[in-house]
Design a protein around this ligand. Structure first.
Ligand code: AMP
Length: 454
C-alpha cells in the first residue's frame, strides 16, 4: 500500500481518486444505490482499499480509525456476499463498546434498507431474554460485545454460530485493551475455521498481532493515515487559567460560541455530572454521558445530542473514541486528558467528514506537564485561545451561585441515597441522568432559597 497521505498527493492523482465510484470497486447496483441514498458520493480511502480485497475473498487487516468510513468498508462486502446466499447467522461483528455496536447496526440497516437484512445487537446491560428471542429469529448479522455474546453462546438454548461465514473484529486494539481476550478465544474456538475474517484496529499493538496470527489466513494489510485530517481542518487552541476559574471560562466560551454544538470532556463521572448540573442550572442545554449511567440512559443521552435536541454533551472518555456524532463543532477538554493519546481521540470528534472544527484545551496550574506531553505528541505548539478577562469575570457571580447550588444539590442526592429513601426512578426520565429528579430539584431549590434568606 502507498504510504503517502492524501495531503501529499498530486492534484492529478487526487482527481483520479475522486473519480473512483462504488461500482468501480465491484459493488452491486442495489448497494451503490444505498450509498447514493446516504449521499456518500465517493468511497473513502479505506473503502477504496479494503472493499475490492474483501470482495476477492481475502482476509483483511484494516488499520483505520472511526471516522475513516471503516464500517462501510466491511459492511458493504458482507452485505454483497449475503445477498448471494441469503443465509441466516451469516456474519458476526465484534466491537468493544455498546454504543459502537448500535452505530454499526444502524449502518448495516441503512445500507441494507432495500435488501431485507436483519441485524441483532447483542450487548451487555440489556435484557438477556429479549436478546435470546432476537437470536431465536436467526438474524443475518449479529453485532456484539464479546462478553455478552459468550454468555449467549453458553446459556441460550438452540443458539450457535456453526454456519457463520464472516467474522469482523472491529477496534481490535480496544477489544484487547478491555481484557476481552478470554471471551475472544472462546468465540474463535466455537466458530467455523472455514470463514472470512476482517480485523480493524487503530493501531497494530503486540496483542493485535497475536490475535491476527491466531485468527486470520494470509491477510492483506491496508492502512489509512488520519493524521492529515487532524492537522488540516481542525483548529486547536489551549487556554491557560487558574483551576478555580474553569467553570466561568467554560460558560464564557459557550456564550461566545453560541449556536455551535459542543462536546465537553471531563476526567471523572462525578465531574461530568457536576458540570452538567451546573450548566443546566445556568440554562444551557447540556446532557451528560458517563459510565455510571445505565445503557438505556447512555443511548438516550447520545440520541438527544445526535438529534440536536441538546447542544452540549458532557462526557468522560467513554465517548472519546468510536462514537460517530457528525455535527460536533467544538470539542472542549475541560479536564486535560491524562493519557496524551486520548487527546487525539477526543479532538477527533470534530472536524469530521470534510468539515472544520475547533478544539479548546483547558490548562491549569496543575496541568502544564500533561499539556506539554500533548504538544510533543502532536508535534505542534498550539495557539492561545484569546479571551478578555474582564468580560469573563462579569459572569463570576452568577457562576458562583450555580456552584453553590450544585454543591447542595449533590449533597442532597447523596444524603437521600444514603438514607435509602430514594424512590425507584423512572427509566425514561432523562433528567435522572444528572440525578435531577424533580422532587430532589425542588427540595434543593427551596433549601437554597431558605439558606440565602438566612
Ligand atoms: P466510520 O469510520 O465507519 O465510523 O464512518 C464515519 C462516518 O462517515 C459515518 O457517519 C458514515 O456514515 C460516514 N461515511 C462512511 N462512508 C462514507 C462515504 N463514502 N462518504 C461520506 N460519508 C461516509
Amino acid at each position: 500500500m502507498s504510504e503517502k497521505t492524501e495531503g501529499e498527493m498530486t492534484e492529478e492523482k487526487k482527481e483520479s481518486i475522486n473519480n473512483v465510484t462504488w461500482k468501480d470497486l465491484g459493488i452491486i447496483d442495489i448497494l451503490c444505490q444505498a450509498c447514493e441514498d446516504l449521499k456518500w458520493i465517493v468511497p473513502t480511502k479505506i473503502q477504496r482499499e479494503a472493499i475490492p480485497l474483501t470482495l476477492q475473498g481475502k482476509d483483511v487487516i484494516g488499520l483505520a480509525e472511526t471516522g475513516s468510513g471503516k464500517t462501510a468498508a466491511f459492511a458493504l462486502p458482507i452485505l454483497q456476499a449475503l445477498l448471494e446466499t441469503r443465509q441466516r447467522l451469516f456474519a458476526l461483528i465484534l466491537t468493544p463498546t455498546r454504543e459502537l455496536a448500535f452505530q454499526i447496526s444502524e449502518q448495516f440497516e441503512a445500507l441494507g434498507s432495500n435488501t431485507g437484512v436483519k441485524c441483532a445487537v447483542i450487548v451487555g446491560g440489556m435484557d438477556m431474554v429479549s436478546q435470546a428471542l432476537m437470536l431465536a429469529k436467526k438474524p443475518h448479522i449479529i453485532i456484539a460485545t464479546p462478553g455478552r455474546l459468550v454468555d449467549h453462546l453458553e446459556n441460550t438454548k438452540g443458539f450457535n454460530l456453526r454456519s457463520l461465514k464472516f467474522l469482523v473484529m472491529d477496534e481490535a486494539d480496544r477489544i484487547l485493551n478491555m481484557d476481552f481476550e478470554i471471551e475472544l478465544d472462546k468465540i474463535l474456538k466455537i466458530i467455523p475455521r472455514e470463514r472470512r475474517t476482517l480485523l480493524f484496529s487503530a493501531t497494530m499493538t503486540k496483542k493485535v498481532q497475536k490475535l491476527q496470527r491466531a485468527s486470520l489466513k494470509n491477510p492483506v494489510k491496508v492502512e489509512v493515515s488520519t493524521k492529515y485530517q487532524t492537522v488540516d481542518k481542525l483548529q486547536q487552541y489551549y487556554i491557560f487559567i487558574p483551576s478555580k476559574f474553569k467553570d466561568v471560562y467554560l460558560v464564557h466560551i459557550f456564550n461566545e460560541l453560541a449556536g455551535n454544538s459542543f462536546m465537553v470532556f471531563c476526567s471523572t463521572c462525578n465531574n461530568t455530572m457536576r458540570t452538567a448540573l451546573l450548566l443546566r442550572y445556568l440554562g444551557f442545554m447540556a446532557v451528560p454521558l458517563h459510565g455510571q449511567m445505565s445503557q438505556n440512559k447512555r443511548l438516550a443521552a447520545l440520541n438527544k445530542f445526535k438529534a440536536k435536541n441538546r447542544s452540549i454533551l458532557i462526557s468522560t472518555d467513554v465517548a472519546s473514541r468510536g462514537l460517530d456524532i457528525p455535527h460536533v463543532d467544538v470539542v472542549i477538554n475541560f479536564d486535560i486528558p491524562s493519557h496524551s493519546k486520548d487527546y487525539i481521540h477526543r479532538v477527533g470528534r470534530t472536524a469530521r467528514a470534510g468539515r472544520s472544527g475547533r478544539a479548546i484545551t483547558f490548562v491549569t496550574q496543575y496541568d502544564v506537564e500533561l499539556y506539554q506531553r500533548i504538544e510533543q505528541l502532536i508535534s505542534k505548539q498550539l495557539p492561545l485561545y484569546k479571551t478578555e478577562e474582564n468580560e469573563v469575570m462579569i459572569l463570576q457571580e452568577r457562576v458562583a451561585e450555580a456552584q453553590r447550588h450544585v454543591k447542595m444539590q449533590i449533597k442532597t442526592i447523596e444524603d437521600t441515597k444514603k438514607s435509602g429513601k430514594r424512590k425507584k426512578r423512572n427509566d425514561d426520565d432523562e433528567d435522572d441522568d444528572t440525578e435531577q429528579s424533580f422532587g430532589v430539584r425542588k427540595r434543593v431549590k427551596a433549601k437554597f432559597k431558605n439558606n440565602r434568606k438566612k
